[in-house]
Design a protein around this ligand. Sequence first.
Ligand code: PGA
Length: 232
Amino acid sequence: MYAVANYKMNGDKEFFLSQVQELNKIDTKDTKIVLCPPFIYLPFFKVNERISLGAQDVANAMKGRSTGQVSATMLKEFDAEYVIIGHSERRSNGETNTQIVDKVKCALELGLIPIICVGELNKNSGNDEIFEQVDAVLKNIDHSSKIIFAYEPVWAIGSGDIPTTEEVKNVIDNIKSRAKEMNFDIEVLYGGSVDEKNFTTFSKAGADGFLLGGITLKTERFIELIKGMDNE
Ligand code: PGA
């Protein structure tokens, strides 16, 4: 099970140094912890071998005229192994499926594992949007690529309003069967208001782990969640 921390644009050096110190003390069996801080903090994350690093985005080109962007090569240089791509907070700023596919390709070229976010905007908007986002990626990369999807209903992010186990299971099963039809072997995380109390709702739905936002800013509760996942 993955516990992927998306700190978003939160935290500061002092917070991260002290959280990493606490996380380094946890002895996990089956939980893979992946920490994705804002780019600039990556060099301060001195983690043990049980913890991996990731970024929250990557450029859709390897180098060149892209003011403000960070390339896959640069992320590799600072020990990132994973990268979140297509988070709804970026899609809502105009990021398109085409740009997302290019980012996924850049990440894969450097051996980074993309965690691709997909999800419907509104509670009642149905699943078409999700599968369009999934297909855009699957149709444009090699089936042997190691990728992870994160199903994040946009309305559930940071809201405390969560879908049912059945709803999440239905989406995860659908993403997995679409991927299987195209010979991909993928994992699917769930994200959106996951905490130390409700996570079993989503593990029961077949999620291979969680993309975590708000809870990562509360170190004690974040650790409680990781330990809970590990004891499941
Ligand atoms: P949340 O964020 O856990 O605060 O809902 C999740 C995410 O945006 O990845």
